[in-house]
Design a protein around this ligand. Structure first.
Ligand code: BES
Ligand code: MN
Ligand code: MN
Length: 459
């Protein structure tokens, strides 16, 4: 039997096993789920042993464990696959049609937290490996798997692991399946990811909440102050007003603008799907440019004062916001966080104290679109989807990718099978069954194409 037939005849079992994986509430950011995260890692490791991976380790870290596995029986190149088994929190829970950790198949989609980001995509790679090992008995290339449990919280302890395992992680190429396709039938290779700088702002006023009648007018209200500070972060052209913010940004070349403009993107359909009266953003750039190639600043959450039902006349003592910046090459997360912090401190009115705390960050990255592994991926996608992939830049971040590019110095392939409408990080996250199957086949092909090497010239 060949691996494709093996995969085709194992579909139901692959799905059942993915459902088992999805049942672990491996929410990395919530301390109360620490054991669930560890159990998901143990379960994953034992599954990898059962499909014939030669070495499997569940490596403890100061945070959540890392699952590392190897199959090195091929006389060919070595591929390192990176993915994550941790997931985002599920709130608002009442908006889920079925519970987030009770995976359900509905209308050809797998509904569960982690279905598309990233357990479902990790699963199709593992299924592709099993398909090779259990049908022909070997893989065309060596594979190493690095599946972490802290991607959604900034890959805090991955750096230490990578340094400790440096030699064992040696490879010729890296594969990451944690991005989206351009559209339902259009496979994509992603060549850029944005970076991230995340800060939390605390504005403190009087020592306690006050009667807004007795004191209002005499005391600076921290909520008013924070609102004004946040408003000052953008100018009237949708640009970030923080001095120096754009200094390191690599401008888009005319050629890249043309390539992005040629993608079959429908702004009006995009607007309608989001149900917004108009799209917004930086003047002078298209939606795809704004998402992939321009930096942004967004409030992720803000809280202050009374938010219950009805009215309470109160002047709150404090106000808080979480603000993140998406970055593009060559912006540096630390530097950007500092610039934003300084700006917020400077534009705070007298009468409040401001403290800005930096949370995690990620560096932006661009990968070589013409590397032999990228070309192998293009051929694999073409065989599985029946059409050539498009090349796109993504707005999201995967912190470790820059380490692979810069420190490992090997080509990275970002070949994902999600869709932006899959609801990653949102209620009712799902993964299209069709993409799960086509993705499995694409990875089956990819192993072979990678081993076959660069016998392909890009168009
Ligand atoms: N899979 C996403 C990254 C992603 C998002 C790629 C959208 C392509 C399109 C990943 O799991 C993720 O959510 N990353 C975080 C990183 C952060 C927590 C450091 C992100 O982008 O917010
Ligand atoms: Mn992900
Ligand atoms: Mn994510």
């Amino acid at each position: 039997m060949n691996p494709l037939d093996y995969a085709a005849s194992s579909r139901q079992r692959f799905l059942d096993q993915l459902f088992e994986f999805l049942r672990y509430p491996s929410i990395s950011t919530l301390p109360e789920h620490k054991t669930d995260v560890a159990n998901a890692a143990d379960w994953l490791a034992s599954h990898l042993r059962s499909i014939g991976m030669q070495t499997v380790e569940c490596v403890p870290t100061d945070g959540h464990p890392i699952v590392y596995a190897e199959w090195l029986g091929a006389n060919g190149p070595t591929l390192l696959f990176y993915g994550h088994y941790d997931v985002q929190p599920v709130d608002p829970l009442d908006q889920w049609q079925t519970p987030p950790f009770e995976p359900t198949l509905r209308d050809g989609k797998i509904y569960a937290r982690g279905a598309t980001d990233d357990k479902g995509q990790v699963w199709l790679v593992i299924s592709a490996i099993e398909s090779w090992l259990r049908s022909v008995g070997h893989l065309p290339c060596n594979v190493k798997l690095l599946i972490e449990g802290e991607e959604e919280i900034g890959s805090t302890h991955l750096g230490t692991f990578i340094r400790a395992y440096q030699q064992r992680l040696a490879c010729d190429a890296v594969l990451v399946c944690d991005t989206a396709m351009f559209a339902p039938d259009i496979p994509s290779l992603v060549y850029g990811l944005r970076g991230l700088a995340y800060v939390e702002v605390h504005v403190r006023g009087p020592r306690r909440d006050l009667h807004s009648g007795s004191y209002g007018g005499a005391v600076v209200n921290p909520a008013n102050a924070l609102a004004a500070m946040i408003a000052a972060l953008h100018d009237e052209h949708g640009r970030v007003a923080v001095p120096g913010f754009y200094d390191a940004v690599l401008p888009l070349s005319e050629q890249e603008r043309q390539l992005l403009a040629a993608l079959p993107f429908d702004e009006e359909a995009y607007r309608q799907e989001l149900d917004v009266p108009a799209l917004g953003g930086e003047e002078g750039y298209s939606v795809l440019e704004r998402i992939g190639a321009r930096p942004t600043l967004d409030v992720n959450g803000m809280w202050s004062g009374f938010t219950g039902t009805g009215a309470k006349t109160v002047l709150p003592a404090t106000a808080h916001a979480k603000i993140s910046m998406r970055l593009v090459p060559e912006q540096q997360p630390d530097q950007i966080a500092q610039q934003v912090a300084r700006f917020l401190e400077q534009c705070a009115p007298a009468g409040v104290r401001v403290q800005v705390q930096t949370l995690h960050g990620a560096e932006p990255v661009l990968v070589d679109r013409t590397s032999p592994p990228m070309m192998a991926a293009a051929r694999a996608l073409e065989q599985s989807f029946g059409r050539a992939p498009v090349y796109q830049r993504e707005g999201g971040s995967i912190p470790v990718v820059t380490t692979f590019v810069r420190e490992f110095g090997v080509p990275v392939v970002l070949m994902g099978f999600g869709l932006h409408t899959d609801g990653a990080h949102s209620p009712n996250e799902h993964f299209h069954l069709a993409n799960f199957h086509r993705g499995t086949d694409a990875v089956i092909y990819f192993f072979e194409e990678l081993a076959r090497g660069a016998s392909f010239s890009p168009c």
